[in-house]
Structure formats: structure tokens, C-alpha cells
Ligand binder design. Structure first.
Ligand code: AMP
Length: 117
């Protein structure tokens, strides 16, 4: 799906809304969460609009893989790779997905409990 003017994350990719960008590559952009829930809390998103994991097509394999590899790189640059970190992809209403543009939360810098709430 093309960029959507009603999607806040598409607008960040387009540079229409400011964000604290920490990583960019061909497929992804990563920026700090506006309301961090951990000392390191970065969102990695695809440049192209995909509403959720459930909306990803088999042909999106490259971009979905790029999201995880970008999350790996963000964790390393942010200094949490060695100690450990959590990747979260809230998907759909029951998981409280609030922004309907796929995003991987990269969270670290504190002890992560299990199970999550
Ligand atoms: P989720 O609940 O998984 O959909 O997560 C959406 C996340 O996006 C939340 O953690 C918000 O704090 C974050 N968020 C919403 N708008 C922005 C923004 N403009 N810049 C950075 N983070 C944002």
C-alpha cells in the first residue's frame, strides 16, 4: 500500500512530522518512541505502509525481514544487545495496537518481566 496521509508513521517517513530518527535504510526507519516505556524504546517501521503483521503479504518477506535486522542494529547501537532486550509487535485490538502501521518496539535498558501485561 502506498503512503497514507492519514497515517502518522507514514507522515514521519515522509518528513512531515518530526521524529528522533536513529536508523534508516532502504526498507525501514527507526525513531525514539514519544512516550518511552524503557530507557531504550525505539520503534522500527517499514517505509511502506503495512497496517499490521496480519496485513503483511507473502511478497513482503524482504521488508519484514529488514524490520528484524534493523531492530538488531538499533539494539546494538543503543547498547542493549549484550545485556538483552525485547522486541514487541502489538497486533490488533486485543494487543492494544494503537498505530496501524507495522512497528517493532525495541525495548531495553531495564529488567523485562515475563509474561508481559
Ligand atoms: P502500539 O500501541 O504498539 O501501536 O504502539 C504505538 C507507539 O507509538 C506507542 O508506544 C506511542 O507512544 C508511539 N507513538 C505514537 N505517535 C508517535 C510519534 N509521533 N512519535 C514517536 N512515537 C509515537
Amino acid at each position: 500500500m502506498a503512503e497514507r496521509s492519514d497515517c502518522i508513521f507514514c507522515r514521519i517517513v515522509a518528513g512531515e512530522i518530526p521524529a528522533d530518527v536513529v536508523h534508516e535504510d532502504e526498507h525501514t526507519v527507526a525513531f525514539r518512541d514519544l512516550d518511552p516505556k524503557a530507557p531504550v524504546h525505539v520503534l522500527v517501521i517499514p517505509r511502506r505502509h503495512i497496517a499490521s503483521i496480519s496485513d503483511a503479504a507473502d511478497t513482503d518477506a524482504a521488508v519484514m525481514g529488514a524490520l528484524l535486522l534493523a531492530a538488531r542494529d538499533v539494539a546494538a547501537v543503543e547498547g542493549v544487545a549484550e545485556g538483552g532486550y525485547r522486541l514487541v509487535v502489538n497486533t490488533g485490538a486485543a494487543a492494544n495496537q494503537t498505530v496501524h502501521h507495522v512497528h517493532v518496539h525495541v525495548m531495553g535498558g531495564r529488567d523485562m518481566r515475563w509474561p508481559p501485561g
